[in-house]
Structure formats: C-alpha cells, structure tokens
Design a protein around this ligand. Sequence first.
Ligand code: B16
Ligand code: MG
Length: 213
Amino acid sequence: KPHAVIFDLDGVIVDTAKHHFQAWKQLADELGFNFTEEDNERLKGVSRMDSLNILLEIGGLNKSESEKQELAARKNKRYVEAISVMDESEILPGVLRFLQELKEHNIPYALGSASKNAPLILKQIGLYEKFNAIVDGNSISKAKPDPEVFLRGAEELSVTPGNCVVFEDAQSGIEAGKAAGMYVVGVGDSAVLAGADDYIRTMEEMTVSRLEK
Ligand code: B16
Ligand code: MG
C-alpha cells in the first residue's frame, strides 16, 4: 500500500494543456510562424522559459533575454486570463472519486507541478485546501526531468520516496518520478509515454486496491 501519492496538475487533475496551447499559438501567430498541437506535446511538463525556447526553436527565431522575458509575460497574461474562468467542472473524470478514496484510506497526497500558476488553478477548481502539500514552479529550482519537485513533495508529506506513487502525463515527469525512486503511473497512451510502472488512460481506471498489487 502506498504511503503517499503525488499528482502532476496539467494533464492529470485538469486539462490546462489546451489553454497553454491557445496562448502559445497566439504568440507564434504574432511572431509569424505556425505552431501545431503536435508541437505542443513538446511543451508538456516543461517550464515556461524552456517552453518559450522550444517555441522559438520551432519558429527558427533568436531573441535576446529581455525580449524573451516580454514574450513569456505576454503568453502568461493570456494563459492566466483563460484559467481565471475555470471552475470545478474542469476537474478530469475520476479525480474527485480517487481523492475521496485516498482520504478514506488515510493516504496523504501532494501536488507536484512545474506550473507557477498551480495555486490559482487549484483555487479555481476548489481543490486548493484538499492537498496536504503543494510543490509547484514557484518553489523549485530544477525543472522535470529533475526529481526535485517530487522529492520535495515526499519531504513535505514526511514519507520516503520509495513509498510514494506519482501520477504523470508527460515524459519529462515520468522520468522525474523514476529518478526520485518512486512508483510512477503514466496517465495517457503507453505507446507515447515510456518508462512508467503502470499506465491508465484516465483517473477513472485508478483505485487504491490497484496500487496495493
Ligand atoms: P506556467 P504540470 C506544466 O504543468 C505544464 O505541463 C507545462 O506545459 C507548462 O509550461 C508548465 O507547467 C509551466 O507552467 O507557465 O503556468 O508556470 O504538467 O507540471 O502541472
Ligand atoms: Mg502534466
């Protein structure tokens, strides 16, 4: 039985990837190049600045550090506008039921997200108070695939990493969870996500008894 669970946010609890995509696409349009949903896969789980660098690479553009700051701020302003109108209806299927099940089993759970906007999103969907710990882009120095975000989560829950289960939808996040020495459940397509210990399509397939096996 796991002693604790750590959830990624985007792609596991909510689908904010679509809002990230819209905001990055608008920026690419303004910079004069096309940005596709397939390109957007590369930005999942990646920090804001690393995402911008990938976007600029796709567009074949070089920008100074101050220009990059402006572009990232412009993207984030639009993204924040989009997530500011989110509500609990955007919580992905199976999430609330599974959180309730964890609570009934006295298994604490934390958030381990790359996003600096994680607190705002959790407040919008009404889950901010429910997490026993929140580790996000504001409190970490090394982005996934570095294990820092998940190791901090385990520390804040006072459990050893080997007793934690991580839920992740991004390749960088699966690598971060494995590097932290945790049991990793990939959320999504096992043909696309490599290296997880188990795979589910959505949280609807997850139960505590499945983790006990
Ligand atoms: P922000 P996660 C990640 O969230 C997203 O998957 C990724 O696309 C985004 O660039 C990153 O957060 C940073 O987000 O610009 O809001 O700080 O999957 O780690 O919950
Ligand atoms: Mg994610």
